[in-house]
Design a protein around this ligand. Structure first.
Ligand code: ZN
Length: 413
């Protein structure tokens, strides 16, 4: 292998120490002392190389390695370095370490590429502090403005705008983080799988073909609260009775799509919420994800139709659907995936083509440029918890595949 296992291990272990909750998993929120420590570590490592280190106005850290033809668009590689509360050491940093190790390997071997290459460590992907996820990539895509920074607040009521100022940055310049798509040739991310598929299928590498589209629905069914003992069944407007009939079919609708579509009712609230009162209001959430936007639409339509039919039978009842989130699926670059497959075969790594059920920065970057996303196995499928683990040898395989792909995409003479 061209990349170095010891350096990869050292990086992950070093970054794991920048943690606000030692002993209780890793907590590294954006624009905090731990965030600063990561930046300082990465800047120090990058300072040994002939690269230009800078931070954009959204607070993501970059390092640019010039190309032989430096006017060409850059190949950007990396991921995020923030974490969820009490999470693990790999979600995010695995992809940052990938970019760092590739830079070091190119340097060791004194390789020049025709295209410039850019390292990126993005902030606030998880939305752990300010509740506004995939922030670094959204800023690059021009989806963030100053108003949002004033409105996004942490648990202590500190706005993102204020936190930027306290961190020594100017939030009013946030829109300068926007990147012209013509300056980026591709974005490649490595991420831990965060699920059990690679491990249970004994595959080294996950090559992502799609990042799913997501719809979040808030559905409210309204009826009338009555005495649970004295109101006959045919004279009720029972919101729970309707909700349960609708909810019971949602999994069937997802399965019927036969393309891996998933649908989840993860939260339900019943009012007034007492044993002896017929429920007046039931509010529940539906999370629908699919690599095909049409599938999301079909599941949604079937839910809507069921609601209409059931509500129509009782004039004391009504319902409301709010779409809280509506994200289209993103297709990864076929050209980049062909390199991933070819390089895996050359290295004798087993791989699986898979759909990412979680959103990543790559999803947003897909609106700017061609995107590739590699998954490495998660032990027992665990993630967003202290037990999150990926063997360093497995992580290195993913890094190696991206390194070899960069040599092709970056055009080494
Ligand atoms: Zn992540």
């Amino acid at each position: 292998m061209d990349t170095n296992l010891e350096r990869i291990r050292n990086d992950i272990e070093a970054l794991s120490k920048f943690n606000a909750t030692p002993g209780k998993g890793l907590t590294r929120f954006s624009l905090t002392p731990e965030d600063r420590q990561v930046r300082d570590y990465l800047k120090k490592e990058l300072s040994h190389m002939d690269v230009k280190v800078y931070e954009d106005s959204a607070g993501s850290l970059f390092a640019r390695r010039n190309g032989l033809n430096d006017d060409l668009p850059t190949i950007m590689i990396g991921s995020h370095f923030d974490s969820v509360k009490n999470g693990g050491n790999f979600d995010g940093p695995a992809g940052v370490v990938m970019a760092l190790e590739i830079f070091r390997t190119l340097d060791d071997k004194e390789i020049s590429t025709k295209y410039p290459i850019e390292f990126v460590a993005m902030i606030e992907e998880e939305g752990g502090r300010f509740g506004a996820g995939v922030f670094g990539s959204r800023a690059m895509a021009g989806m963030v403005d100053y108003e949002q920074l004033k409105n996004n607040k942490d648990a202590d009521g500190i706005s993102m705008a204020k936190a930027f100022e306290d961190f020594g940055m100017n939030p009013k310049k946030i829109e300068e983080a926007k990147r012209d798509p013509s300056t980026i040739k591709a974005f490649i991310e490595l991420h831990i799988e965060q699920g059990p598929v690679l491990e249970s299928n004994q595959k080294d590498i996950g090559i992502v073909n799609y990042i799913v589209g997501i719809n979040h629905l808030d559905i409210t069914i309204s009826g009338r609260s009555d005495h649970a003992g004295t109101t006959p069944m045919d004279m009720r407007a029972d919101a729970m009775s309707i909700a349960s009939k609708v909810i019971s079919k949602i999994d069937v609708y997802a399965i019927a799509e036969k393309n891996g579509t998933v649908a989840t009712v993860g939260s339900i609230d019943v009012k007034p919420g007492a044993t002896n009162i017929v429920p007046e209001k039931v509010k529940f959430t539906v999370d629908i994800r699919s690599k095909e936007y049409k599938s999301i639409g079909r599941v949604k339509d079937k839910i809507l139709k069921d609601l209409q039919i059931l509500i129509d039978t009782n004039e004391a009842m009504s319902f409301n659907i709010d779409t809280m989130l509506d994200i289209h699926p993103v297709e990864m670059s076929e050209e980049i995936n062909d390199y991933f497959k070819e390089k895996s075969e050359v290295e004798n790594y087993t791989y699986e083509i898979m759909t990412s059920g979680a959103g990543h920065d790559a999803m947003i970057m897909g609106s700017l440029t061609d995107v590739g996303l590699i998954f490495v196995p998660s032990k027992n499928g665990r993630s967003h918890c202290p037990e999150e683990w990926t063997d360093y040898e497995d992580l290195q395989k993913g890094i190696e595949i991206i390194y070899k792909t960069i040599l092709e995409l970056g055009e080494v003479e």
